[in-house]
Design a protein around this ligand. Sequence first.
Ligand code: NAP
Length: 307
Amino acid sequence: MAHVYDMVIIGGGPGGYSAALYAARAGLDVVVLEQLSAGGQMALSHQIDNYPGFSEGIDGFTLGIQMQEGAERFGAKTEYAEVKSLDLLAEPKRVETSEGTFLGKTVVYAAGAGPRKLGLPEEETLAGQGLHYCAACDGMFYKGKTVVVIGGGNSAVADALLLSRLAEKVILVHRRDSLRADKVYHKALEEAENLEFRWNSVAVELLHRERLSGVRLKDVNSGRETDISCDGVFVSVGRTPNTGLLKGQIALDAGGYVSAGESCRTNIPGVFAVGDVRTKALRQIVTAAADGAVAVHYAEEYLAGLH
Ligand code: NAP
């Protein structure tokens, strides 16, 4: 029979590698299944200032690698594999991947969340053709150009500021008349001279020839539509959880997040959800990392037959 791990962790972001660190230090035989590289969404942030312990901040890619190496120092393994399907009710639990089957007495699901889409026609076709979801990844293509950023949260504002250092002009489009983003960003926004705001506006159409050439906006109060010509649009309207593989097996909340409280226990014994993928009030690196530690605490109890 194939090797049975004490714990199979799906996702190598801060939640996954925190769980791996705590599990490995507790002497558990643990593997992390990661699709690309350590860090998850965090790896795309070029400056992280709100994870304690780094007085000058740190970039997300480096922090991800350090979390991975920290867990591997105690014996956690990493396998680069895409998870295709799961059988969480089986004993041991089965995880089918591009690199074969992994079996675990427990599973920690830490697959995070991906960018939310606008839901406009041709969004898929234009992705990468002027339409983007990650300014840190693709902003460099817009040096000296005009870009639109859609959203009003911390991510949209951080993206707009990053792009204002590269692009000639940045237009931040938000559906309300005030930002959701933290006050800490407001001064920098005021100081960015090439940044304009379009309040109370939503994108209703992506304008294009072969690639994106602009966006049609609708004023939510007056209903008036206007076209803006631009070279690129960056969508930053929040995230949706990566829980497609779990549907029908695990209880999800109305937003599609895994229903798991602060214990990170799901409705399936021995299966835990950590980080952005579970129902929670605050999705941050520090809360994802905390989840990893908590999940391992309850996983150890489960392995000891306590629940
Ligand atoms: P978010 O806080 O959920 O904000 C999403 C923004 O997009 C909101 O302004 C929302 O508008 C808008 N929006 C949502 N759906 C929309 C749609 N269909 N069309 C147009 N606009 C839409 O998401 P986020 O900015 O990605 O942040 C996610 C989490 O990461 C948050 O907890 C955030 O604090 C955290 N984060 C923190 C930092 C940091 O520096 N500390 C940086 C990045 C992210 P409304 O405001 O009207 O709802």
